[in-house]
Design a protein around this ligand. Structure first.
Ligand code: NOJ
Length: 746
């Protein structure tokens, strides 16, 4: 009996895996070319433009609905792709339309923002990046793809890899923080995770790296605002993750809403040249949502028709939601403004992707009810969601109170008060862009704590909301505080207070949470603050007054279980922040890899680059995070102090776990190029290792450095190294390290 259940449960997987084999590259390439060219030969201009069109599905209370006009466009072959539609039952109906009711029966792409999970939600990408665990991150993408593909999707609008030095910008939640190199490593991991080795495997999906480019550098941190950057910054700080995604074989790329140096990214031939000609990207380019039309507002196109022409001429293959192609491109071709060969090129890229996804062999490849039932919210996904959440938590402070650290909370008879708007909440814990994640699957923190503490010892009081100025529930919260031996405050942002179109000018706790915290703190009881947010907040007051702080971000479906594991010491926190936490908003942009300037910071010299009211250093530097144990770093060695361009240098350091519990430590390698033909940052991350160390154990951690690690963009934009002196730094974070010099010779 049991065996039969197992068989029926896993049979769909087994069958699907059987069909998932990729053909040898050369063979499939020539077959594909033949197939796609032949198909293009049979298409009308309208049908071609249809393949270049992507429209959104809608959702109503009763479920998914496709606007009647769009349905007619699909049937007429004028819309070849839909996004925001999912579930096998529903997408099968749409695919039927495309396959059986259009003249050529070309199957559709189904796109969706599977940014950090589809139904099972993993930590927001910014949080997950703090795990510095590339395998774990890749696995999240792999499992997210499996679940999304099981729901009828074949294309995700992820990974988002916009580097940002500005936490005012709400979309930092979706990215990997402030460092281009680390973000590039993560970009590649996520692309490999989503796409696997073979796109036609029905458990993988096409990735779409976004937003190309420099979307993370808007003026004043305001979403969609102007981006004005030197070519050097663009190439050194903003483009590397995109290049890494391309190297990892990403299938598609999305242009950004913003302009870059006066030209909207949607029609930016300079960016497109880098993408296509320098990096050799052959995949599909899609605009962002009505990004083409918005070129009129940018003041770059006189009307939507011209905007469409500019976009397609620059190399945009698919128009997301703007209908600029749908409504005007035919005319542009007829008028000779756009050549049909330009159109054919765009269509070819769309059809190539459909081919690679296996849709021409089986349009229903991703539409299997039993696979959907077996994969969604399966144990493997939920277990991984918990592990990813646990590894994303960052311990920011854990100072003793009367001789004892508050964390981890030891078992005992303490009376605990859980206070704050995020203490009994489901949806916000999933974070922004939580796709089809179901809040009902989220345990609240209160519920999770109640599984470990007897009800008699745990009291919850909401205190206030994450927004607004209602203080009417303060009284109950203060009462709970007074009766407690230990207070856990669950404070931060709701999921709409970060993400798209959620820039903030002040980065404290929103609403009246700060007031609540200060009043609770006045009760004089020991407090642990959980900061649950989608961006680095300004935590200066909290850092000064509260002994224990955990930055827990928004960790997805398993947020609460992960937090309780860390609170109780079942999990020793190991995350380290991938964005600097500012002391106050005036420090922004604040980031670790600054340049030295001609008058570097000197607290004793007024005429140096600094503020007169605060230090330059952030509150918590890039790479910072504590643990329940303590590590000591010693014995930094390098294998040689001079290397030539074809030699390798080995650097090692001894890291000892001096505490009483095992832990995982993230050991970071930074390099400074002392002098160059263009000035160089005071340090740049070039490597890291995450290792488990037992109490009392010392581990020798090694890094290798080659000429490649020393290359940089020079003033002629060549990417090369220059001989001279370098400083190597290894330590627990960007502000604390051991260092040694070495030289590169010609
Ligand atoms: C706009 C966002 O900028 C982009 O990231 C997203 O993929 C699209 N909307 C589609 O939802």
């Amino acid at each position: 009996m049991k065996k039969t259940i197992l068989l029926t449960r896993y049979l769909p997987f087994a069958l699907a895996m059987l069909f998932a084999s990729c053909e040898p590259a050369d063979q499939s390439k020539s077959d594909k070319e033949k197939f796609v060219n032949e198909l293009i030969g049979r298409m009308t201009l309208e049908e071609k433009i249809g393949q270049m069109t992507l429209l959104t599905n809608g959702w109503e209370v009763t479920g998914p609905v496709l606007n009647e006009d769009y349905r007619q466009e699909v049937i007429a072959g004028r819309c070849g792709n839909i996004f925001n539609a999912h579930t096998v039952v529903y997408n099968r109906v749409l695919q039927n339309l495309a396959v059986n009711e259009t003249r050529l029966g070309i199957p559709m792409l189904f796109g969706y923002d599977v940014v950090h999970g589809h139904k099972t939600i993993f930590p927001i990408p910014l949080a997950e990046a703090c795990s510095w665990n590339l395998e774990l991150i890749e696995k999240s993408a792999r499992l997210a793809a499996r679940e999304a593909a099981a729901s009828g999707l074949n294309w995700t609008f992820a990974p988002m890899v916009d580097v940002s030095r500005d936490p005012r910008w709400g979309r930092v939640a979706e990215g990997n923080g402030e460092d281009a190199w680390l973000s590039g490593q993560i970009a590649a991991a996520r692309v490999s995770g989503f796409q696997g080795d073979c796109l036609s495997n029905p458990f993988t999906m096409a990735a779409c790296v976004k937003h190309y480019a420099a979307y993370g550098a808007p003026m004043a941190g305001r979403d969609y605002a102007t981006v004005d950057l030197s070519e050097l910054s663009l190439r050194s700080q903003y483009l590397p993750p995109f290049e890494q995604a391309v190297k990892a074989g990403v299938a598609s790329i999305m242009t950004a809403f913003n302009e870059v140096n006066g030209v909207p990214a949607t029609a930016n031939t300079h960016l497109m040249n880098i993408l296509r000609n320098e990096w050799g990207f052959e995949g599909m380019v899609v605009s962002d949502y009505t990004g083409i039309n918005e070129m009129v507002q940018h003041g770059y196109a006189k009307d939507v028709k011209q905007a469409g022409e500019q976009a397609v001429a620059a190399g945009v293959d698919v128009d997301m939601q703007g209908c600029a192609f749908l409504n005007y491109l035919k005319k542009s071709v007829q008028q000779g403004v756009i050549s049909e060969s330009t159109i054919n090129q765009a269509v070819r890229r769309v059809l190539n992707l459909k081919y690679d996804l296996g849709l021409f062999s089986d349009p229903y490849l991703y539409l299997n009810d039993s696979v959907e039932a077996a994969v969604i919210y399966s144990k493997e996904l939920l277990d991984h969601a918990l592990e990813a959440a646990r590894q994303s938590i960052v311990l920011l402070k854990n100072e003793p109170v009367k001789g004892d650290k508050l964390l981890p909370i030891l078992p005992g008879s303490k009376k605990i008060a859980l206070i704050g708007p995020l203490g009994d909440n489901r949806e916000d814990l999933m974070g922004s862009w939580h796709a089809a994640g179901d809040p009902a699957k989220v345990t609240t923190l209160k519920e999770a704590l109640m599984q470990r503490w007897p009800e008699s010892q745990l009291r919850f009081a909401r205190g206030c909301e994450t927004f607004g100025d209602d203080r009417s529930a303060f009284g109950k919260a203060l009462e709970a505080a007074r009766q407690a031996d230990l207070i856990i405050m669950a404070l931060g942002e709701n999921y709409k207070q970060n993400g798209e179109a959620a820039s903030r000018s002040q980065l404290g706790l929103p609403g009246v949470q700060q007031e609540l915290l200060e009043q609770v703190a006045a009760a004089g009881k020991p407090i642990i603050v959980l900061v649950m947010a989608g961006r680095p907040l300004v935590l200066s007051w909290i850092d000064q007054h509260i002994p224990a702080i955990l930055n827990t971000w928004h960790l997805g479906t398993k947020t609460s279980e992960a937090i309780v594991d860390v609170l109780t010491g079942k999990m020793n926190p190991s995350g380290k922040v991938v964005m600097s936490f500012p002391k106050n908003e005036g420090q922004i942009p604040v980031y670790y890899n600054t340049k030295n300037s001609g008058r570097p910071f000197d607290p004793n010299n007024k005429y140096t680059s600094k503020y007169i009211d605060i230090p330059n250093a952030p509150l918590y530097p890039f790479g910072f995070g504590l643990s329940y144990t303590e590590y000591s770093y010693s014995d930094l060695r390098i294998s040689r102090d001079t290397i030539s361009k074809d030699q390798i240098l080995t650097a090692s350091v001894l890291v000892e776990n001096r505490g009483e519990v095992p832990g995982e430590e993230i050991i970071q390698l930074y390099i400074r190029d002392i002098m160059g033909s263009v000035t160089r940052p005071i340090k740049e991350l070039k490597g890291f290792k995450k290792v488990r160390i037992e109490p009392g154990q010392s581990i020798k951690v090694q890094f290798t450095i080659s000429e490649d690690d020393l290359k940089f963009y020079r003033s002629d934009f060549s990417y090369d190294s220059e001989p001279g002196e370098f400083r190597l730094m290894i330590g627990p974070n960007s502000a604390n390290y051991l260092s040694k010099s070495f030289f590169l010779t010609n």
